[in-house]
Design a binder for this molecule. Sequence first.
Ligand code: AVI
Length: 314
Amino acid sequence: MTSSTLVSSFAEDVRHYLQLTPRQLPSVYLYDALGSALFDSICELPWYRITRAETQLLERRRTEIFARLPGLTRIVELGPGDGRKLKALVDGTSEPLIAHLVDVSQGALDRAAHTLSDALNLRVTTHQASFEDGLEAIVRAESGERTLVLFLGSNIGNFDQRGATALLERISASLAPGDAFLIGADLVKPERDLLLAYDDPLGVSSAFNLNVLLRINRELGANFDLRAFRHRAVWNAACSRMEMFLVSTRAQRIRIDAVDLEFDLAKDEAIWTESSYKYTPDAFIGQLRDSGFESIAQWIDREQGFALTLARTT
Ligand code: AVI
């Protein structure tokens, strides 16, 4: 995908989603360079436990994980972040492995490759592509490898049920029978913990959310006044998801030059910017089953409310 296609799909999506009821912005656009740096900071916050819980599970359970993957030759990580989680996992094996990292952001890939540069026995290749296209290209280029796909960080939580099933089905369809899949999912937990994780006292989550408006101003010539919005995080129990919004604190007229769009925002009107689905361990196994995977092991951190599930294609 060229950068001009990326820019035009950003513009088209902004135009389309801001005119829906309720107004929305797809959460993928939260991650420009500043948004990614703010997300990395969120992962360091004491109230946001996903990254810590998952890294600890990978470190503590890596021997058990590799014991279930005899003959493994290749790991494909979809969205490797800064590479530290893959490092935590592979520090548990001395077998030579090929690692393929897939992400749309070349900056993220470079950082992850750098983190992994001193991992012994690991040959790292990066692929700037969507998860699905990257995985398909890797498998097409070299068949016959025993593959483990990693999808960590509860990134699956940012897909709704249909989107999650579609993505997981495409992953399972790309793999050979018996290939493995290790996926991290944040679990349903007390509402007060979820609210602190998504609306932290330091205001980092708020900055992460507001930054999408800054990005639209910069890249698409809009006039969002960031001081006229506030971050809101809500637990929607019926849908089992955290929701993030940007709420207009006054009536205002928005203009976005690059897409020739003008609209009015009422006081207290909200733009919905992210959903983060939370699972129960069993519901997650069911989700995998419905998408072409059979679960073979699940490790749960009950205190932090996080599950790592190992599955194989059926
Ligand atoms: C990347 N993703 C799994 C994060 C989440 O928890 O849904 C993004 C995030 N949004 C607010 N804080 C973190």
